[in-house]
Design a protein around this ligand. Structure first.
Ligand code: SAH
Length: 366
């Protein structure tokens, strides 16, 4: 099967040799002509995958509660920037703002809202979704364009969409994993010449068998560095949610998803969504090195339940018919439950702040 983007990638490989996994990842998502986010409508039941804010309004509401709590713990500063990177359809921001305006009208009235979004088409969707809030919203092509001021930042499923680098163990250490052409002219994984500095490898790399994959993500660290610098200079809290792991380890987590099902990562470049798991330990180390206070890494289920998801779901269901109540229960299970198909354990939440405040439901050593 060929796609317009696979033709382009094969042409590149024939002209100058295999490309790295990180270049393949970047082309799949962001190629100006054929990149996934340039051409597809990925989100929601009609698209390829469904994200937490699209499952239920409860998700954005809990994040709104968390941001209000953080703002209060910071001492209720004025002139706040409420921001999101990669806001998708704008659903999470709309749900957060509804809660913020109810729980903390002072915060809401004095705040401006900032969405970091490069796609013109998605900006239009976000404008629709944000409805009455739209007067305080501005859009930016990059995070660094958000005007100075105290920042409350949220990002859901952003980091998994930022390219990562893969290395594969050979008889002579870890070498960059590449995408080349197989004998049948199909895209295939290959091993490159560039090798990884062994000091970047976790413990136990010597005993890892040949073929073991190790991932690093300099582009993700760069985004975390920018967030850290901004929070350090201007104050604030950031909350980052994604699927991934709490401890840096070995393993190939590159995954493609097409129409709600896993797809081989090289099968449909540009048509399938391509992501990888997020190394939360690495993001936390990056933030800590950047001078931030790291509240911790929690499972999404514990985070949401700790913020009162159960109580809020009961309130939402009160007085509604049984079908609606069942659907709310199913949404809570999907967001916070454990086991296959649920997000509660697979997804993690990282929160970082400019000051060592105590933020529930993170445990604070005191
Ligand atoms: N947060 C939304 C969308 C998740 S999809 C939701 O939960 O539904 C990932 C989003 O991140 C896409 O909109 C993609 O365009 C955006 N994105 C990826 N890399 C980015 C970057 N470096 N800067 C800003 N947005 C980025």
């Amino acid at each position: 099967m060929t796609t317009p983007l696979s033709d382009k990638i094969k042409f590149l490989i024939r002209a100058s040799g295999p490309i790295s996994v990180t270049d393949y990842f970047a082309l799949c998502l962001a190629d100006p002509q054929h990149g996934y986010y340039r051409t597809r409508e990925p989100f929601g039941r009609e698209g390829d995958f469904i994200t937490a804010p699209e499952i239920s309004q409860l998700f954005g509401e809990m994040l709104g509660i968390f941001l209000v709590h953080a703002w209060q713990k910071h001492g209720g500063p004025t002139g706040v920037r409420i921001a999101e990177i990669g806001p998708g359809r704008g659903t999470m921001m709309a749900d957060m703002l509804r809660v913020v305006s109810r729980l903390a009208p002072d915060l809401y009235e004095g705040a401006t809202v900032h969405l970091v979004e490069t796609s013109e088409r998605l900006r239009e969707v976000q404008r629709e979704t944000l409805g009455t809030h739209v007067g305080r919203v501005s859009w930016h092509g990059g995070f660094e364009e958000i005007p100075p001021g105290f920042l409350l930042l949220a990002a859901n499923e952003l980091f998994d969409a930022i390219p990562l680098r893969q290395f594969i163990k050979t008889g002579s250490g870890f070498h960059e994993r590449m995408v080349g052409l197989g004998p049948d002219d199909e895209l295939t994984f290959a091993t490159g010449v560039a090798s990884l500095d062994p000091t970047l490898l976790p413990e136990g790399h010597r005993s890892a068998p040949v073929g073991t994959v190790f991932e690093i993500a300099p582009a993700r660290e760069a985004v975390m560095d920018a967030i850290s610098e901004r929070l350090r200079d201007q104050g604030g809290t950031a909350v980052i949610i994604d699927y991934g792991h709490e401890v840096t380890g070995f393993g190939d987590t590159l995954q493609a998803v097409l129409k709600h099902a896993f797809d081989p990562p090289l099968a449909h470049p540009g048509l399938a969504d391509l992501t990888s798991h997020v190394d939360f330990a690495d993001l936390a180390r990056t933030a800590s090195r950047g001078g931030l206070h790291v509240h911790g890494i929690m499972h999404q289920g514990d985070f949401l339940m700790g913020l009162g998801l159960g109580e809020r779901a009961s309130a939402l269901g009160r007085g509604r018919d049984q079908a609606m109540q069942q659907s709310i229960i199913a949404d809570v299970e999907r967001l916070a439950g454990s086991g296959a198909g649920n997000m509660g354990d697979l997804f993690k939440v990282l929160a970082v702040s400019s000051a060592p405040i105590a933020l529930s439901p993170f445990r604070h050593p005191d």
